[in-house]
Design a protein around this ligand. Sequence first.
Ligand SMILES: NC(=O)c1ccc[n+]([C@@H]2O[C@H](COP(=O)([O-])OP(=O)(O)OC[C@H]3O[C@@H](n4cnc5c(N)ncnc54)[C@H](OP(=O)(O)O)[C@@H]3O)[C@@H](O)[C@H]2O)c1
Length: 332
Amino acid sequence: MKAITLNSTQPSRLLLTEVQTRSLMPGEVRVLIKAAALNHRDEWCRQGRYPNIKDGVILGSDGAGIVSEIGEGVDYSILQKEVIINPALNWGDNQKVQSSSFEILGMPRNGTLAESVIVPVDRLFERPQHMSWEESAALPLAGLTAYRALTYQGNIQSGENLLVTGFGGGVAQFAVQFGMALGAKVSTSSSSPEKLEIAKSLGVLHTFNYLDHNWISKAVEETNGFDLIVDGAVGDTLNHLIQVAKPGGKVVYYGATLGNPTKLEARKIFWNQLKIIGTTMGSDQDFKNMVSLVNEKKIKPIIDQVFKFEDAEKAFDRMRDGKQTGKIVLVP
Ligand SMILES: NC(=O)c1ccc[n+]([C@@H]2O[C@H](COP(=O)([O-])OP(=O)(O)OC[C@H]3O[C@@H](n4cnc5c(N)ncnc54)[C@H](OP(=O)(O)O)[C@@H]3O)[C@@H](O)[C@H]2O)c1
């Protein structure tokens, strides 16, 4: 089958190539991929910024497709079903934290940027019927991360002020849409006025360009501060978020695109009784709840662009350069 593999001998570090598939183990299924989507993780892997990266691995955590083959012990009724894949493997039973054998589909295990992928049958969910194949593929990893950040970690309540930073990001656009669906008063930030216009068209109440030096005072003036802030950037911007959080508020962060902060407003954190909380993807229960919300409210991912597998380098470069609004999708 055709697959996008990591290959350090290529200038792009990617190679679209023929790969041998293996036979199924008990409890596994083969899914023929109709569409797959990128997450920033795929770009970090291409840049070699994850441990244990090896050439030849098929990247990709997100995919939607049709079940074409089942392993021993799998019920026949799943054959030919249209599915999405939960890329969080072996979370375990503890809702608070993943188990030590937790794994994400697509490095080290072969992922979804291929004509087919093998996964345990319990990772499959029925594809949301109100979505296209491309939209279905865009949902799993970012949707799960945004949902847990808002609910389990952020405990967002209807009527609360929510700020989601970096609206252009894959997780961020879900956090904005889920926040609105859960009744929050949603604001967002971005480096791009065009992206902020898209956010406004979705019904976001307040928008801020985080490159403007006065965005912090503007945010406090317009909203009186935020009960919950969901962020994937951190770096020194964490101090800005501490300034726009309401006393007693929370900052939930799922990524650190800008790295560690070089300084921290520690006094402001304790005096204002702030909670700074980390979150990663989500449990099986989070995934189930996220899909229910998406189906109930007919939420659709924002798709930035759809690329053919042959144009994978362009797709990865677009993510590296932060040009996207929403999810970048690849089709075989
Ligand atoms: N822990 C987890 O489970 C988990 C899950 C998913 C992602 N992540 C991590 O979270 C980060 C985002 O992932 P993604 O897939 O959503 O990435 P993405 O689609 O590539 O989005 C990145 C976005 O970050 C925003 N950004 C850049 N600098 C910023 C700043 N100074 N302040 C606020 N926002 C800023 C940009 O928004 P604008 O273009 O609007 O300016 C950009 O579009 C990555 O580091 C990723 O590895 C972690």
